[in-house]
Write a protein that binds this ligand. Structure first.
Ligand code: ADP
Ligand code: MG
Length: 245
């Protein structure tokens, strides 16, 4: 099998129990190169638990995770990051007391030469349109700006796969539009798994959608296919639906 044909991420039978509660139950998911794969589902469906099993925040009770064909279940987050996965909830290289410039450069320098890291810094500043923030301390930024800068820091490490938990949460206006454009542009060369509540945002970015319900994969397809299914609409009925502002 050539590398091109090896899916970036595969889970088989992934299960996580909390005592007697089965939070995710036998989840089989394949994410291929170039997908912007969104995970949706009602509250309590298991999306965050699944996500945390991929990031190393939770150890799965059973099942496997493979990254580019290599087993990865149960690894520590740092080890998963070293395998080329960018994780926005963790942002292990984020330092509030350092500037935007310093944070992006440190992230890039983990895997790149000085010259490459300097190019990466310029690339991130221009892609995110944050050149004017470059000397600011990350801890001083407004929420929407910080979200963009955190993503720039993750991407500066040039990950093969990026895991994002609710990247649009609390973002409004221009920041949100910019995030949508950046994800769409990047999706041509980077692969994403995104947990998100906001259906409009998902419709704007997703190439693939997986619907979770009661810890299991309930449906998979394009956004249009998923939205057209009455059984998908039914699982949301009578449930509290989180809608980002
Ligand atoms: P979602 O992100 O889709 O809203 P979660 O993955 O957060 O769903 O939750 C799935 C189920 O697992 C829920 O019943 C939730 O209460 C339970 N759960 C999640 N995290 C924990 C935990 N750390 N300890 C015990 N139960 C948990
Ligand atoms: Mg959740």
């Amino acid at each position: 099998m050539t590398q091109v044909n090896t899916p970036l991420l595969v889970t088989k039978g992934l299960t996580k129990r909390f005592g007697g509660l089965v939070a995710i139950d036998d989840v089989n998911l394949t994410v291929s190169q170039g997908q912007l794969h969104c995970l949706i589902g009602p509250n309590g469906a298991g999306k965050s638990t699944f996500f945390k099993c991929l990031t190393g925040q939770f150890k799965p009770s059973s099942g496997t995770v493979t990254l580019e064909g290599q087993q990865a279940q149960g690894l520590q987050t740092q080890e998963i990051v070293r395998r080329g996965v960018g994780i926005k909830t963790q942002t292990p290289s984020l330092f509030d007391g350092l500037s935007v410039h310093e944070n992006i450069s440190l992230s890039a320098l983990r895997s790149q030469s000085r010259a490459q890291a300097a190019d990466t810094l310029e690339e991130m500043l221009s892609m995110f349109q944050i050149t004017h923030l470059v000397r600011r301390e990350v801890g001083q930024l407004a929420h929407g700006q910080r979200q963009l800068v955190e993503l720039a820091i993750v991407l500066a490490a040039k990950p093969k796969l990026v895991l994002l938990d609710e990247p649009a949460a609390g973002m409004t206006g221009d920041d949100r539009v910019r995030l949508t454009q950046i994800l769409r542009d990047l999706a041509r060369r980077t692969t994403f798994i995104v947990v998100e509540h906001d259906m409009q945002f998902i419709g704007d970015i997703a190439t693939n959608v997986t619907v979770f319900n009661r810890g299991r994969v309930f449906a998979e397809g394009s956004f249009a296919e998923i939205m057209a299914r009455s059984d998908v609409q039914e699982i949301y009925l009578g449930k509290e639906v989180d809608v980002a502002a």
